[in-house]
Write a protein that binds this ligand. Structure first.
Ligand SMILES: C[S@@+](CC[C@H](N)C(=O)[O-])C[C@H]1O[C@@H](n2cnc3c(N)ncnc32)[C@H](O)[C@@H]1O
Length: 213
């Protein structure tokens, strides 16, 4: 049986890209290119985009790794996966595949990917799911691979900030508020090298994590 959150995203998938376009005035495109660049991937590499939604980051990753590479977009919402598949088909990209699964239980072997990305979604996971997902990322990432996590910076203005937290509460991610300030120290529990920077748009932040030596 699907959860209420999956049901919410299934419905949301029908107008997700429209809302993003309306809201971001093409900052979304530059943010996607930014996270993909920071993933440091080469032609022929394998990459995983967690909580891929309608697959926008996964499509950029697939362009980056080229025809010899492989990209998997993973999401637990069937609706999102269907939209993502449609977009990939329209872009004529063969090296991109989508899997419906939970980020807290990845159906891949140890050390499968050179790069793992997750854009604007990790904070929405429920606390226990997020903890498991971090361990799963560390498990399926190659030893010399890189995990790139992009999150919203907390809105500065009062009303947007209030709406932001109402949405998070609705999604049941009660501790997201704490996570959004402490991503780096939390990731340090599983990764040796962790660093962060503000995105060029100033509205998001990118944290990258590596297993190190
Ligand atoms: C705000 S959207 C972000 C989508 C995409 N990464 C982007 O930047 O456009 C959050 C996505 O995370 C997915 N998601 C939420 N919790 C998940 C979980 N536990 N496992 C897998 N996907 C999940 C949702 O279905 C949704 O597609």
């Amino acid at each position: 049986m699907i959860s209420l959150r999956q049901f919410y995203y299934d419905i949301f998938s029908n107008f997700y890209d429209f809302i993003i376009r309306l809201h971001s005035r093409d900052t979304a495109g530059s943010l996607r290119r930014f996270i993909v660049k920071k993933a440091n991937l080469s032609k022929g590499d394998k990459a995983l985009d967690l909580c891929t939604g309608t697959g926008s980051v996964a499509i950029e990753l697939a362009k980056q790794v080229g025809e010899r590479g492989l990209v998997i977009g993973l999401d637990f919402s069937r609706g999102m996966i269907e939209k993502a598949k449609e977009k990939a088909k329209n872009s004529n990209i063969d090296q991109l595949h989508f899997v419906q699964a939970n980020a807290s239980q990845l159906p891949f072997k140890e050390c499968s990917f050179q790069g793992i990305t997750c854009s604007h979604a990790f904070y929405e996971l429920k606390g226990h799911e997020r903890e498991k997902a971090i361990n799963e990322v560390a498990r399926v990432l190659m030893d010399d691979g890189r995990f790139c996590l992009m999150e919203h910076a907390k809105p500065r203005k009062q009303i947007p900030r209030l709406l932001f937290y109402i949405r998070i509460l609705f999604l049941g991610a009660k501790d997201a508020r704490k996570f959004l300030g402490e991503e780096e120290s939390i990731l340090e529990g599983c990764f040796k090298k962790v660093a962060g920077q503000v995105s060029p748009t100033g509205q998001s932040k990118l944290i990258y994590a590596e297993k190190g030596e």
